[in-house]
Design a protein around this ligand. Structure first.
Ligand SMILES: Nc1ncnc2c1ncn2[C@@H]1O[C@H](COP(=O)(O)OP(=O)(O)OP(=O)(O)O)[C@@H](O)[C@H]1O
Ligand SMILES: [Mg+2]
Length: 144
């Protein structure tokens, strides 16, 4: 588990970009943190590192957005905010997980916990004063 302090949204994107550059496909991220913590901001950075040219938007109302990335990779970004019952989305996630060229990122993933792999990368963001954030990363892809 790595813990770091992030001071601005720019720094959060840079963290995402650095990790995004290292991805090879098949990675699964669960992003945890309150509304406005910076989960989607982190994904914008991941997208930069994956050379995605489309603007990454919060998928809140669409549940899922999919982006074409470098090297034939696909980024699938899910947001299950206030979704109590994953229903058919569990199936959809399971399918996303089955492709080695797909990177799966989930915000508000409680309702799909049973389909997420144990070894997923967990990014937990909490508020610090002003625009600071504490970021805890479990299974950091760039460390050990
Ligand atoms: N250190 C920081 N890291 C990330 N975002 C920050 C930081 N400081 C300020 N912000 C701002 O906080 C907001 C974070 O919004 P974002 O959509 O990333 O949150 P979220 O965790 O995805 O929320 P939601 O649960 O609603 O999807 C943005 O407006 C961003 O500019
Ligand atoms: Mg979000």
């Amino acid at each position: 588990m790595e813990t770091m302090k992030i001071s601005s949204d720019q720094e959060m994107r840079e963290l995402g970009e650095k990790i995004g550059k290292s991805l090879q496909g098949g990675e699964v991220f669960e992003l945890i943190g309150d509304v406005g913590a910076g989960k989607t901001t982190f994904v914008k950075g991941l997208a930069m590192g994956l050379k995605i040219t489309d603007d990454v938007q919060s998928p809140s109302f669409t549940i899922n957005r999919s982006y074409e990335a470098r090297d034939g990779l696909i980024l699938n970004h899910y947001d299950f905010y206030r979704l109590e019952n994953a229903g058919i989305m569990a199936q959809e996630i399971a399918e996303s997980l089955s492709y080695p060229t797909t990177i799966t990122v989930v915000e508000w993933g409680e309702s799909v916990h049973d389909v997420l792999p144990e070894n997923r990368i967990i990014i937990k963001i909490s508020y610090l004063p002003e625009s600071g954030r504490r970021v805890m990363i479990k299974n950091h892809p760039l460390k050990g």
